[in-house]
Design a protein around this ligand. Structure first.
Ligand code: NAP
Ligand code: ZN
Length: 341
């Protein structure tokens, strides 16, 4: 099969379109013919060598929609020919976390395309239990676009932060994959949204998605702007994923007993945390990881019902994967960049 592979860590020129062996499936796995695959920050981290113990050569791609090509001998569902999205969190089904429905924190788990090969290819294999049927009204691109970013934003705001009607949320980088979903999800949940973005064009797009107030993310002292917009109170929830560069301003933007929920550290994972702040203000710091299969089904349903829409920035054919990654690296995108296969 054709696949985009890197044999060593480095810049995007390490990505090569080559012919590799089509994956062989085990009895509980499926082989999926990839139709669309989203680009995620994780792909850049992997290719840059930020996760140095991954096996090389490697195929990225955690956000896959496609058609079931082949099923293992013990698989009764899905069937060959079905249109599916692959729920990106691979889990063991047997541990304590899995048994209580917390598959995102399975200690034996991983995300598709990190230690396993992903969807920058004609075919990818996955456990059959990770297949989630794509509703008839959705195409492969829409399904791939929400499979990780929207799912993550949904879990962060709905499941973890329990964002409520009339609360206010600060969404960092409204033009990011997760941020463009978060703006819409927060509006759907009835909250007021303050979003940030680095360019005028992205700020306009964030407003179009429903953000009530949009602030230039490059301003000094973002929290003072947030305080001004919230009558000196701060926001109920901060939607974090930028990490090191924004963390302190995020904490300063919170109102008393506010919640900060994070899924990432694009600019670095090590942040300063004054526990005095957390104690005296009774802040809650929440981590969030992807989402579960029921959450993915729910998110796909929200898209079908037009409660939220997919935000597709640009599509690239598989052979232009390097160009697609560069677009993300250069912060040119608003929403999801997709590879079509
Ligand atoms: N835990 C999980 O399950 C999970 C799932 C998905 C993603 N993530 C993480 O979430 C993060 C976002 O992922 P994504 O795929 O949505 O990436 P993305 O589309 O590339 O978004 C990254 C955003 O970061 C913003 N940014 C970069 N440097 C910044 C800075 N110094 N100050 C403010 N904003 C800055 C950019 O803002 P502008 O657009 O304004 O330039 C860009 O939109 C990544 O760290 C990823 O690993 C985690
Ligand atoms: Zn498990």
């Amino acid at each position: 099969m054709k696949a985009v592979v890197f044999h060593e860590f480095g810049s995007s020129d390490k990505l090569k379109l080559v012919i590799v062996k089509t994956p062989e499936i085990r009895q509980n796995e499926i082989l999926v013919r990839v139709k669309a695959c989203g680009i995620n920050r994780l792909d850049l981290l992997l290719r840059n060598g930020a996760i140095p113990d991954i096996p090389l050569p490697h195929i990225c791609g955690s956000e896959v929609a496609g058609v079931v090509e082949k099923v293992g001998s013990r698989v009764s569902s899905p069937k060959v020919g079905e249109r599916i999205a692959i729920a990106p969190w691979i889990f063991c089904s047997e541990c304590e976390q899995c048994k209580k429905g917390q598959e995102t924190t399975c200690p034996n788990g991983d995300i598709l395309g990190r230690y396993s090969n992903g969807g920058y290819a004609e075919f990818v294999k996955a456990p059959a239990v990770n297949a989630v049927k794509i509703p008839a009204k959705l195409d492969f691109k829409d399904a791939a676009a929400v499979t990780l970013s929207t799912l993550t934003a949904w879990r962060m705001l709905n499941t973890r932060a329990k964002l409520k009607k009339n609360e206010t949320v600060l969404v960092h980088a409204g033009g990011s994959g997760v941020g463009s979903s978060a703006i819409q999800i927060a509006k759907y949940l009835g909250a007021k949204v303050i979003a940030t973005a680095s360019t005028e064009e992205k700020r306009k797009n964030a407003s179009k998605l429903g953000a009530d107030i949009v602030i230039d993310s490059k301003v000094d002292g973002l929290s003072s702007r947030v305080m001004k917009e919230t009558n000196g109170k701060g926001v109920d929830v901060v939607f974090e994923h930028v990490g090191k560069d924004t963390w302190q301003e995020s904490m300063k933007s919170l109102k008393k007993d506010g919640r900060i929920v994070t899924c990432g550290g694009t600019t670095g994972y090590e942040v300063n945390l004054d526990i005095g702040d957390v104690i005296y203000n009774e802040f809650t710091v929440l981590g969030s990881r992807g989402g579960t299969r029921p959450e993915l089904k729910h998110v796909l349903d929200l898209v079908v019902k037009k409660k939220i829409k997919t935000v597709i920035d640009k599509e690239f054919p598989l052979e232009k994967a390097a160009e697609a990654q560069e677009r993300m690296e250069n912060r040119k995108q608003f929403g999801k960049i997709l590879l079509t296969v």
